[in-house]
Structure formats: structure tokens, C-alpha cells
Design a protein around this ligand. Structure first.
Ligand SMILES: C[S@@+](CC[C@H](N)C(=O)[O-])C[C@H]1O[C@@H](n2cnc3c(N)ncnc32)[C@H](O)[C@@H]1O
Length: 273
């Protein structure tokens, strides 16, 4: 069978971005270019594409089938023990880099690291000397993060910890977190293939965010920063939690590509502690 014929028969099954990523990974070329060529598909490639297509049709996200995903243009290994890195989280990392630069932050905690994408990207992109600690409650996630640390050849300390329990007081200039924030009833569709502990939080998805807001101050150094990703519907809950706590000032908001408020930069009040 010719590759272009397989493509014609199957391209409508894939979303565009996935088809491009699949073909870039498998053939090193874009589907549009391959449609112009007369190349035949080797049997083993055909078997591979057919098997992948059948899992994809069931809803398995492509990054799990390929074992990797791009984040900020870098490749991260993923498996079903970690969340697939998302586009909105790239905005969180960009904001973290701004905060590090502006405030000369030295000690950074990436809380709930999953594949390690946040901490590793900060370490790779930052031209200042930063010590990055990446933590997770999941041993399996930390194994994936370890592979990515090695793959990217960066120095990032991996720590197994339940939120802040393993960390001393006044340890960090900046804490960055993309915590679980999906309400249980919203875990459906392709989300069911991702680890539940990476997604689910009670109280409309806000429970872990609230815990982090409450406990981060003790691990932050005086005047430190907390950057936290939130769900598209969390802005009001966040504002009222911040009012109640009264220890942070809002430095900035992060909006996603659809205009939703998806993250916040908080400054711990100098008077805290
Ligand atoms: C939404 S995922 C984020 C993964 C990755 N940082 C990213 O942005 O793609 C949340 C991560 O937090 C971890 N996690 C959940 N509860 C935790 C807890 N109590 N303490 C530490 N990590 C936790 C999960 O295992 C998961 O890897």
C-alpha cells in the first residue's frame, strides 16, 4: 500500500495537530508533503499505524501512543503515569521565568511535577543560576520525570513528597504548581486515560489549590512568589480564598489562548511570618 493512500483513507480520523505530530515522528515529514509522494509503506510500518489508529479511535491520546509530547518546543517522555503537558502550562512556565529574572529568584519548587516538564523547562530556559526542586506524590510519575531529567541533561532535584510535607520552612523564592484541579464529574472523554491523581480534586476541583494557597507561605522565603495554574472556572473561588487568607498580593494573572483566567502570580506579603 502507498503511504499516501493510507493517509487519504485515515486522515479524517485524526485531529490535524495529531496527524502532523504522528507523521513528523514516524516519517520525519508532514502529511501534506507525503500526499505528493509515491512511497510504499513497509509492512511493519503499516502494522504500527493500524494498531496506533485503532487505539487512537478508542480515545487514547496520541502522546501516550507515541510515548512523548512537545512542551515549549522540547520533547518530554510521557506514559500513562503522568499528565500530558498542556499548552496553557507553557504560559505558566513563561511567567515563572519572568518572575525569576525580575526578582533574581534562586530556589524554585515545581510542585506536582508529573513528567518534569515545568522544572526541567525552567532549568533549560533560565540563564540565571537557579536550583530547581521538582516534587510529586507519585513514585511512578517521578520515574518519568527522572527519565526526562536524564534526557535533557539538567540538574533538577526530584523529591517524593505529599505537597509541602518534605520541605523546610523558608526554603523557596518561587513555588510553581499545576495541581490537580478537575472536578470528579468532569473527568470524561480522553481525560479518563490520564492518571486520576493528576487531575482530580474535590470541591469543584478547587481543594488542592486551596491547600497549596494555605501551606505555601511557610515554605516560601520572605516576599517569595507562588504561581499556580487553575481551572477555567476557578477565578472567583480563588479571589475569595485569597481574601480569606490575606497573606498574598496579586502580582499578575495568566490568561489562556481562549481568554480564560488560567493562572495567577502571587506575592507573599513582606509582613507575613
Ligand atoms: C496536573 S498534574 C501536573 C503535571 C505537570 N506538572 C504538568 O504541568 O504537566 C498534577 C501532578 O501533581 C501530583 N500530585 C497530586 N497530588 C499531589 C500531592 N498531594 N502532593 C504532590 N504532588 C501531587 C500528581 O501526581 C501529578 O503529577
Amino acid at each position: 500500500m502507498k503511504l499516501k493512500d493510507w493517509l487519504k483513507d485515515n486522515q479524517s480520523l485524526f485531529i490535524d495537530r495529531d496527524l502532523r505530530y504522528l507523521f513528523k515522528n514516524t516519517f520525519g515529514q508532514s502529511p501534506a508533503l507525503l500526499l505528493e509522494q509515491e512511497e510504499f509503506l513497509a509492512q511493519e510500518k503499516l502494522d504500527y499505524l493500524e494498531e496506533l489508529k485503532s487505539d487512537y479511535a478508542k480515545g487514547v491520546p496520541l502522546p501516550y501512543l507515541l510515548g512523548k509530547e512537545e512542551f515549549l518546543g522540547w520533547e518530554f517522555k510521557v506514559n500513562r503515569n503522568v499528565l500530558i503537558p498542556r499548552k496553557e502550562t507553557e504560559l505558566v512556565v513563561e511567567k515563572a521565568l519572568e518572575v525569576i529574572k525580575k526578582n533574581r529568584a534562586r530556589f524554585v519548587l515545581d510542585l506536582g511535577t508529573g513528567s518534569g516538564n515545568i522544572g526541567i523547562s525552567i532549568k533549560k530556559a533560565c540563564d540565571l543560576e537557579v536550583s530547581v526542586f521538582s516534587s510529586d506524590i507519585s513514585f511512578e510519575a517521578l520515574c518519568v520525570a527522572r527519565q526526562n531529567v536524564v534526557h535533557h541533561d539538567v540538574k533538577v532535584e526530584l523529591v517524593r513528597a505529599d505537597l509541602f510535607k518534605a520541605f523546610k520552612k523558608n526554603s523557596f523564592d518561587l513555588i510553581v504548581a499545576n495541581p490537580p484541579y478537575v472536578a470528579p464529574q468532569d473527568i470524561k472523554g480522553s481525560l479518563v486515560y490520564e492518571p486520576r491523581e493528576a487531575l482530580e480534586a474535590s470541591c469543584c476541583g478547587f481543594a488542592v489549590i486551596r491547600e497549596i494557597l494555605k501551606n505555601a507561605p511557610s515554605c516560601l522565603k520572605k516576599g517569595g512568589y507562588l504561581i499556580i495554574e487553575i481551572g477555567y472556572n476557578h477565578k472567583e473561588m480563588l479571589e475569595s480564598a485569597l481574601k480569606e487568607l490575606g497573606v498574598y498580593s496579586i502580582e499578575d494573572w495568566i490568561k489562556d489562548y481562549s481568554g480564560y483566567y488560567r493562572g495567577i502570580v502571587l506575592h507573599l506579603n513582606e509582613s507575613y511570618g
